[in-house]
Design a protein around this ligand. Structure first.
Ligand SMILES: C[S@@+](CC[C@H](N)C(=O)[O-])C[C@H]1O[C@@H](n2cnc3c(N)ncnc32)[C@H](O)[C@@H]1O
Length: 200
């Protein structure tokens, strides 16, 4: 199990760089993406949530690592934005009753299958009608030694995502090789899954 607190403690300036995920940016640039509020799950030290808040969205975020949340809050302050941050384990975290978001982002959560599926379900339950759930992560087809974890049970496939959200309206469901260029840790060729669905 990764010691996320130790990793974030060693990189207070941003463990995955300061720029948002390129896929998240791509979704937000779509003309039919009109979300004004969002929830970022497994948000780390907040490169994605902060960028969304800077664009005027109302943003809430959850991550397991308390150190990541402390670092993220300091980076928010320096950037002059507010994100409602919670340190919690997505294995058991549920959105508060009545919480509703126009978009949910789940970028690079690599955890055992039950945790990933629970997080997807929590995000889906928190989504308003018409809202977007957007996920990116390393794929099970990833070769050993490439970026990301080597354990296939921590990785994604489109089949498991379609199975988890059979009622979702699929906007994009892609898997393939990309050359990542996101901070020092997401660099080089990788097999990824990119999945964007809406609640109809
Ligand atoms: C690869 S990082 C990605 C962080 C962020 N989404 C990004 O793209 O910069 C994975 C994150 O998942 C978080 N994480 C892992 N297991 C978790 C769990 N069970 N509940 C909540 N967060 C978890 C870690 O703390 C870490 O911040």
């Amino acid at each position: 199990m990764a010691d996320w607190d130790a990793k974030y403690a060693a990189a207070p300036e941003g463990l995955f760089g300061t720029e948002p995920s390129q896929y998240l940016r791509q979704i937000v640039a779509r003309s039919d993406f009109k979300s004004r509020s969002c929830l970022c799950l497994a948000d780390g030290d907040g490169r994605n949530s902060r960028w969304l808040a800077q664009r005027g969205l109302t943003v809430a975020s959850v991550d397991l690592s308390r150190v990541a949340v402390v670092n993220a809050t300091a980076l928010d302050l320096a950037a002059g934005v507010h994100v409602d941050r919670t340190a919690a384990d997505l294995d058991s975290w549920r959105p508060s009753a009545g919480a509703s978001f126009d978009a949910v982002f789940l970028m690079y959560l690599h955890a055992p299958t039950p945790t990933r599926m629970t997080a997807i379900d929590a995000g889906w339950q928190a989504l308003s009608a018409g809202g977007w759930l957007v996920l990116e992560g390393f794929a099970k087809a990833q070769a050993a030694g490439e970026a990301g974890p080597g354990d296939p049970t921590l990785l994604y496939s489109l089949a498991e995502l379609h199975g988890a959200l059979p009622e979702a309206s699929v906007q994009e469901a892609l898997t393939g090789r990309v050359r990542l260029d996101e901070g020092a840790r997401h660099q080089g060729l990788a097999e990824v899954v990119r999945f964007a669905v809406r609640k109809v």
